[in-house]
Design a protein around this ligand. Structure first.
Ligand code: HEC
Ligand code: HEC
Ligand code: HEC
Ligand code: HEC
Ligand code: HEC
Length: 440
């Protein structure tokens, strides 16, 4: 009797298990279609829609950047070299966009005018990107899409050209818009927010949130333009009066020189004049001395590595250490930011590396190196293998490298280092007292 009951109980457990197994795919399907959004960020009213269709303002022939360039040549030439001009054609964007099955919402920042988009969004049920009701856009201009964040995306509204001046004499209608002198022009696209079932501190391209209330905004009153659109005196249009304007350059992560402007680096050693047999500790301090937001910022793939290599005279690496600064996000099954060890403006972090110099050796050196990565090597391989990334655009660069002898010559090398150019901006940083915990 007891045995029979036991068998019956185990059989009913077995049934329960089978039912669960049968239901699992339904549950997973439901989770991925109804609960977890396919798009990695939430929608906010200002970028949920394209910038409405714009007509060509009176007095000019076309909205094309090239047409503006006929009179605003210097600005056009600068814009052409900027990532904004390539926000659609950018091979990294194209590869990731293919991975995300060409979902429409990406275009609202990467080719943001309705004139540049193949479909019109009629309705977005429950703010769910993948459920949007789309129809063909009869006024779609394929060639214009290639221009990415083009002049009109920032400047053309309702048949007028919006700008920072209230006294211009232009062949086209103009309107003074104070937003050009504030961060409001950048906010829409540079402050992606997180969505349901996503646990970030800030969204994936949430640069604005890292700037708001921090040193360069609060103490210095800098806008994004101060650092990303350098000031210049020149005619605004060819042949016009000289005015104070700004270069349309927007340099960032794709420009090693810009990265170098963001960081200050100091290296120290303890003891500074080691003998064979001593354990020497090298400390490399990385300071966010020149960026108005965290470094790295923007795309969550961006990261720095701080690397130490002990090498023998033949160049053979005998010991090495690599630390990473960035954010680490778990993408599945829910989006969860596991850590974010990026540096806020003026914050610093010390990276430590210890090495015991073998007895009798004074011919070893240590190479200290800092690199910036647009993507991880793994992501880069994945995009090449599966999503058609073909370009050979650089995706990581060395922004600092120095060699130090592991001998009593070390102090001299460190001293020479103190005078080196990499120290730009330290003085501001030292005063801040924002130093963070040390990493070893
Ligand atoms: C035929 C020449 C010409 C063309 C084409 C042209 N502009 Fe202008 N634009 C001017 C002149 C001239 C001014 C006034 C310069 C001044 O007052 O110093 C001006 C002024 C401006 C200003 C400043 C407005 C303000 O009041 O702050 C902006 C912004 C601007 N243009 C953008 C554009 C854009 C964008 C395009 C293309 C869609 C364009 N322009 C096409 C000649 C031109
Ligand atoms: C219409 C959307 C939009 C607006 C408005 C906008 N940006 Fe961008 N910006 C982008 C996109 C999209 C990218 C990334 C393009 C890419 O890498 O494919 C970008 C990239 C950048 C970069 C990074 C360059 C690099 O090398 O990675 C900087 C810096 C930048 N923008 C600054 C600004 C500033 C400053 C403003 C305000 C004056 C601004 N942006 C306004 C969409 C915009
Ligand atoms: C991402 C937004 C953005 C894009 C794209 C953009 N501009 Fe501007 N533009 C600005 C901002 C911000 C200013 C205000 C700079 C200042 O404070 O003087 C400005 C200023 C200007 C001015 C006034 C002169 C000056 O330097 O201030 C002209 C003319 C102009 N832009 C033309 C263009 C043309 C032509 C293009 C395309 C080739 C273009 N802009 C693309 C944001 C943009
Ligand atoms: C004090 C100067 C300063 C201010 C203010 C500033 N930035 Fe930057 N920004 C930098 C420097 C330097 C870099 C290069 C370091 C990096 O890419 O991590 C940079 C990088 C960037 C990048 C490139 C990220 C990438 O991975 O390619 C973007 C996007 C950006 N800034 C947007 C903004 C926006 C938007 C604002 C205003 C809210 C702003 N910045 C304010 C100095 C500044
Ligand atoms: C709200 C505006 C916005 C939307 C929507 C958006 N992006 Fe971006 N994207 C940006 C900005 C701003 C940057 C630049 C940040 C930086 O430089 O790190 C960027 C940068 C990128 C980059 C890095 C490009 C490079 O050269 O390294 C990729 C890839 C990218 N976006 C893909 C996408 C895809 C795919 C989608 C749609 C799923 C999308 N973006 C939607 C604003 C947006």
């Amino acid at each position: 009797m007891a045995r029979w009951r036991l068998r019956r109980r185990s059989r009913s457990r077995w049934y329960a298990f089978l039912i669960l197994l049968a239901l699992a795919p339904v549950g997973i399907y439901y989770f991925y279609t109804e609960i977890r959004p396919t798009v990695i960020f939430g929608l906010r009213e200002d970028y949920a829609h394209a910038i409405p269709f714009q007509e060509v303002p009176a007095g000019i022939d076309s909205l094309r950047a090239e047409a503006c360039g006929e009179c605003h040549q210097a600005i056009y030439e600068e814009w052409k070299t900027s990532i904004h001009a390539h926000a659609y054609t950018d091979p990294f964007f194209q590869a990731y966009w293919t991975k995300d099955q060409h979902v429409w919402v990406c275009l609202n920042c990467h080719a943001p005018l309705e004139n540049q988009q193949p479909t019109l969004i009629q309705h977005i049920p429950d703010n769910r990107v993948e459920k949007a009701v789309q129809v063909e856009n009869p006024r779609y201009d394929t060639a214009y899409q290639q221009e990415g964040v083009t002049c009109a995306a920032c400047h053309v509204r309702n048949g007028k050209i919006m700008g920072p001046f209230d006294d211009s004499a232009a062949p086209h209608p103009t309107e003074y818009d104070p937003a050009f002198r504030t961060t409001a022009v950048c906010h829409r696209c540079h402050n992606v927010v997180s969505g349901p079932f996503q646990f970030y501190n800030v969204g994936p391209c949430g640069t604005y949130a890292e700037y708001e209330g921090e040193f360069f905004m609060k103490e210095k009153g800098f806008t994004c333009q101060h650092c990303h659109m350098p000031e210049i005196s020149r005619p605004v249009a060819d042949g016009g009066p000289i005015r104070q304007g700004r270069q349309h350059l927007w340099r960032g992560g794709h420009d090693p020189e810009m990265i170098k402007r963001a960081v200050a680096i100091q290296v120290q050693a303890d003891p500074p004049d080691p003998e064979p047999g001593d354990t020497v500790t090298m400390t490399l301090t990385l300071i966010n001395a020149g960026a108005g937001h965290k470094i790295p910022t923007g795309d969550p793939d961006r990261h720095f590595t701080v690397e130490f290599y002990v090498k023998d005279p033949s160049g053979q690496v005998v010991q090495e250490q690599t630390d990473t600064m960035g954010r680490w996000i778990l993408w599945q099954p829910v989006i969860l930011e596991v850590y974010d060890n990026r540096l806020l403006p003026l914050a610093s972090r010390a990276y430590r590396f210890s090495y015991r110099i073998p007895e009798g050796r004074s011919d070893l050196v240590v190479d200290a190196q800092v690199r910036y990565h647009i993507l991880t090597d793994g992501q880069h391989d994945m995009l090449r293998k599966n999503y058609g990334l073909r370009s050979n655009d650089p995706y990581r660069y060395t922004i600092y490298t120095r060699r130090f002898p592991l001998s009593n010559e070390l102090a001299v090398a460190l001293h020479a280092e103190t005078g080196a150019d990499s120290h730009r901006g330290c003085s501001v940083a030292e005063k801040s007292g924002h130093a963070e915990e040390a990493i070893s």
